[in-house]
Design a protein around this ligand. Structure first.
Ligand SMILES: *Cc1c(COP(=O)(O)O)cnc(C)c1O
Length: 392
C-alpha cells in the first residue's frame, strides 16, 4: 500500500487483500493449521522455500494483516505480533540477547517489565542497570562492554516524565547498542520512535490499539533484520497472537486516530481544570506548560497524550476519598480504554515496591493517575469534584 497515505488512512486500509469472496471487512481465519496441495508443497512450505501459511503458531492471515497494518502506521519495515505486551518484551530480549549481555533501562518502566528484567532475565545470565529516565548522561555512564540494549517507555507511568529518544538513540548507536522504545502510551498517532532514531518499538496492543478493553496483544516493530529474530523466537517459543485477538485489534486500529485525538483533547482540558482546583497540589501532564519537559514533549510528541496524574493536598486518605466518590470513572489500573479509569499508584501499580523506593521515584501517597477516555469532560470533572470537595 502507498506509504504516503496518512496514518488514519493506513489504519483503516493497510494490509487488506480480499479473498475470492470479496469481503469488505477483514476476514477472521480461525484455523490452527493450513492444508497443502500435495506432499511436495508441504515440504516446500515447511522448509521455507515457498512462502505461505503452515500453522498458526508461525503465521495466520488475520494476524499477518494486523502486523502489516501496524507496521504501516508506525512507518516500520516489519512487525511481529505477540500474545501480550509482556510477550513482546520477552521475545525482543530473547531474540537479541544472550548469556552475559547487559541492558540499560529506564528506572520508571511498567511494573511487569521491571520484574522481567530484575527476576527472570538474570536466570538466563542477562543483567540490567536501571538509570534515570530523564538524564542521558546516566545512560552513557551505565554502558559496559557487554551492553546490548537500551530500553525505555515515554512518557513514564505515572509521572509522565519524558525520555529524550533522539539523544538516547545517539548515545546507544555510538556504542553499537540497540534502542527499544515501548510506545504504548503514545501509539504511532502521537509519537514515532523509529523516526527519532529508535531501532525497535514494542507495543502492548492491549491498551490504545484495542482501545476498548477487550483483548490482550502485543507487537514488535522495526527493520526486518531485527524483527526476523523475534519471529524465529516466537514461532518456537509460542507466545504468538491469536487470530481472534488480531481481528479485534484490526477493528481497534481503524478508530485509533479519532480516539487518540478525542482522548488527548479531553485529557488536556481535564489537566488544565485540575491545575485550577485548590485541593490539587500538582498536575503531571506533558501538554501543560507547567510540565518540566514541556518543550521536549512538544518536539517529540504530537500532543500531551491521554494520561493525567495529579497530587491532592494531603496523603493517602485524601487520594482515596477522591477515588471512592467516583461514580463514573472506573476504579481500575488499566488504561487506554474509551472508559476513563482512575488508580492510586502507591497502593496498586506501585504498591509492591518499598515506601522508600516509591518516595525516591516521586510517587507520593496523594498521587492519582487518570487514563482519560471519551466521556464528556464536564461529567469527568463533576465526578472528581465530588471527592475533591471533601478535602479540607
Ligand atoms: C500494559 C503495559 C505493558 C504490558 O502489556 P500487556 O499487554 O499487559 O502484557 C507494557 N508496557 C506498558 C507501558 C504497559 O502499559
Amino acid at each position: 500500500m502507498n506509504s504516503d497515505y496518512r496514518p488514519e488512512t493506513l489504519a483503516v486500509r493497510a494490509g487488506q487483500e480480499r479473498s475470492p469472496f470479496g469481503e469488505h471487512s477483514e476476514a477472521l481465519y480461525l484455523t490452527s493449521s493450513f492444508v497443502f496441495e500435495n506432499a511436495a508443497q508441504a515440504a516446500r512450505r515447511f522448509s521455507g522455500e515457498e512462502a505461505g501459511n503452515v500453522y498458526s503458531r508461525f503465521s495466520n492471515p488475520t494476524v499477518t494483516l494486523f502486523e502489516e497494518r501496524l507496521a504501516a502506521i508506525e512507518g516500520a519495515e516489519d512487525c511481529v505480533a505477540t500474545a501480550s505486551g509482556m510477550a513482546a518484551i520477552m521475545a525482543l530480549c530473547f531474540a537479541h540477547l544472550q548469556q552475559g549481555d547487559h541492558i540499560v533501562a529506564s528506572n520508571s518502566l511498567f511494573g511487569a517489565t521491571v520484574q522481567l528484567f530484575s527476576n527472570i532475565l538474570p536466570r538466563a545470565g542477562i543483567s540490567t542497570s536501571f538509570v534515570s529516565h530523564t538524564d542521558p548522561a546516566a545512560w552513557a555512564a551505565a554502558i559496559r562492554p557487554e551492553t546490548r540494549l537500551f530500553f525505555l517507555e515515554t512518557p513514564s507511568n505515572p509521572l509522565t516524565e519524558i525520555a529524550d529518544i533522539a539523544r538516547l538513540a545517539d548515545i546507544a548507536h555510538a556504542r553499537g547498542i540497540l534502542l527499544a522504545v515501548d510506545n504504548c502510551f503514545c501509539t504511532p498517532i502521537l509519537q514515532k520512535p523509529l523516526a527519532l532514531g529508535a531501532d525497535l518499538i514494542i507495543h502492548s496492543a492491549t491498551k490504545y490499539l484495542d482501545g476498548q478493553g477487550r483483548v490482550l496483544g502485543g507487537a514488535v516493530c522495526g527493520p526486518k533484520k531485527l524483527t526476523e529474530e523475534v519471529f524465529k523466537f516466537l514461532r518456537t517459543a509460542g507466545p504468538t497472537l491469536s487470530a481472534f485477538n488480531a481481528w479485534i485489534l484490526l477493528k481497534g486500529l481503524e478508530t485509533l486516530k479519532i480516539r487518540l485525538d478525542a482522548q488527548t483533547a479531553n485529557a488536556a482540558r481535564l489537566a488544565a481544570w485540575l491545575e485550577a482546583q485548590p485541593q490539587v497540589a500538582r498536575v503531571f501532564y506533558p501538554g501543560l506548560p507547567s510540565h518540566p519537559q514541556y518543550e521536549l514533549a512538544r518536539r517529540q510528541q504530537r500532543s500531551g497524550g491521554a494520561i493525567v496524574s495529579f497530587e491532592v493536598k494531603g496523603g493517602r486518605p485524601e487520594a482515596w476519598t477522591v477515588v471512592d466518590h467516583c461514580r463514573l470513572l472506573s476504579i481500575t489500573a488499566n488504561l487506554g480504554d474509551t472508559k476513563t479509569t482512575i488508580t492510586h499508584p502507591a497502593s496498586t501499580t506501585h504498591g509492591r515496591i518499598t515506601p522508600d523506593a516509591r518516595a525516591a521515584a516521586g510517587i507520593k501517597e496523594g498521587l492519582l493517575r487518570i487514563a482519560v477516555g471519551l466521556e464528556a469532560v464536564e461529567d469527568l470533572q463533576a465526578d472528581l469534584a465530588r471527592g475533591l470537595a471533601l478535602i479540607a
